[in-house]
Design a protein around this ligand. Structure first.
Ligand code: PMP
Length: 428
């Protein structure tokens, strides 16, 4: 096993405010026509577009360095291992981890949460224990807990949402009991855009002696992340939400917790010694990385993180909030529109969710697509949010660093077209 490499820091300086028009030049997929119109890509909460540097990193890895990691004693394998472990070290530094051993590569947020639920949950939960979730969670932060609760006899409880898409934190003192072993909460809601006050939640959870897992799928891409300042015990995130490739993400966990957890999957890479009837495990983080990993994905995710870091997550959030502010202002002009999530853009990242009375969200999305505007309609893998607001679906536009006010105007023009077809006058 190679020793972890020193993390590198990007050389370019951070700019205080970002220029989306300049950044767009870095994203080849944005420069295309869809249905005869220039693409306005407003589905970034689903996945983000990739800058040229990330695409190049993927190709360069396969062209020049492709080999398996930690195994071959040859030049290419050395290079692949260095790049793979160097990316880990860079990600660890970026999120403020103690070291690279606290960062486990996964397929994404979903696998990271499943890992904790199966491994930590499988060895720490028993009949009557409680896991505290919230109604805001993506299915990725509900279903893994349901699976482990069924196996162990643990019980799931939920913090509710208020009318404006915030968590009812006033319920925490009652819902956190001496039986609560872990709370799992999203950093930022993919369905509403709400940014949750993680440090405050962490304090209350820890006062009860429980652990806090944060689903950072929508956090790390849009928000500065420092796992120490957040005060959580696990943080899960995905590369593709922050301009990296699909199929790569990471779990950060406090070292003593990861160390005490049993492996999640068995196979090559994660063992120390294999005997006919038992095996021993590799040191962290390799204990959790069975099989050949997504090496190219990890290498390219570092390039995405470097790109994001050069711009500065603070500037990204500020830009998104200004687009959300503008979008909300314009959306409020539509008679009878129903808006979801906090009214103040400062409480959210780049997501606006809404519904019109007479047009189903899927029809809205279809009409917008004919105008070249890509948005999302549906339950956004957050059926408990839909249930809370008694709708089956919403329409969601989600912004990122390369989106512009003109694209918000394109969204509004598209909604005008929807209204002229459906004549929306009330709320759904
Ligand atoms: N949690 C949230 C809040 C998300 O938005 C998503 C992706 N939509 C996930 C979890 C799952 O992420 P992935 O599909 O990358 O594993």
């Amino acid at each position: 096993m190679n020793p972890p490499l020193e993390p590198t820091t990007p050389t370019a300086k951070r700019s205080p405010a970002l220029d989306p028009y300049a950044l767009r030049g870095d994203f080849p997929a944005l420069h295309q026509e869809v249905n005869g119109h220039p693409l306005a890509y407003l589905d970034n909460a689903a996945t983000t577009q990739k800058p040229e540097a990330v695409l190049e990193a993927l190709l360069r890895y396969y062209r020049e360095d492709n080999a398996n990691v930690h195994r071959g004693i040859h030049e290419l394998s050395r290079r692949a291992t260095e790049a793979y472990e160097g990316s880990r070290a860079r990600i660890a530094e970026w999120i403020g981890a103690e070291g690279p051993e606290e960062v486990v590569w996964t397929r994404g947020t979903t696998e990271a949460i499943n890992l904790v639920a199966a491994s930590w949950g499988g060895s720490n939960l028993s009949e009557g224990d409680e896991i505290l979730l919230t109604e805001m969670e993506h299915h990725s932060n509900i279903v893994p807990w349901q699976l482990i609760a069924e196996r162990t006899g643990a019980r799931l409880r939920y913090v509710e949402l208020d009318e404006e898409g915030r968590l009812r934190l006033d319920q925490l003192p009652e819902l956190l009991t001496e039986r609560t072993k872990l709370m799992a909460v999203s950093h930022v809601s993919n369905a509403l855009g709400t940014i949750n006050p993680v440090p405050e939640i962490a304090r209350l959870v820890h006062e009860r002696g429980a652990l806090l897992l944060v689903d950072g799928a929508q956090g790390a891409a849009h928000h500065p992340v420092d796992v120490k300042a957040l005060g959580c015990d696990f943080y899960a995130f995905s590369g593709h939400k922050l301009m990296g490739p699909t199929g790569i993400g990471a779990l950060w966990g406090r070292e003593e917790l990861l160390d005490a957890m049993p492996p999640y999957q068995g196979g090559g890479e994660m063992i120390r010694v294999v005997k006919p009837d038992m095996s021993t495990w590799a040191a962290l983080p390799h204990k959790f990385e069975a099989g050949t990993p997504n090496i190219a994905g990890a290498v390219a995710m570092r390039v995405a993180v470097d790109y994001l870091d050069r711009i500065g997550p603070e500037a990204v959030l500020e830009h998104e909030q200004s687009l959300v502010g503008y979008a909300l202002e314009r959306l409020r002009e539509i008679p009878g529109i129903r808006l979801y999530g906090p009214p103040d853009p400062e409480e959210r990242s780049g997501v606006v969710s809404f519904s019109l009375q007479d047009a189903h969200p899927h029809d809205v999305a279809t009409i917008l697509d004919t105008e070249g505007v890509a948005i999302r309609a549906g339950h956004h893998c957050a059926q408990l949010v839909m249930r809370r607001y008694q709708v089956s679906a919403t329409t969601r536009a989600s912004f990122y660093l390369y989106n512009t006010r003109e694209e918000v105007d394109r969204l509004m023009d598209g909604l005008d077209a929807v209204q002229s077809i459906f004549g929306s006058t009330g709320t759904q």
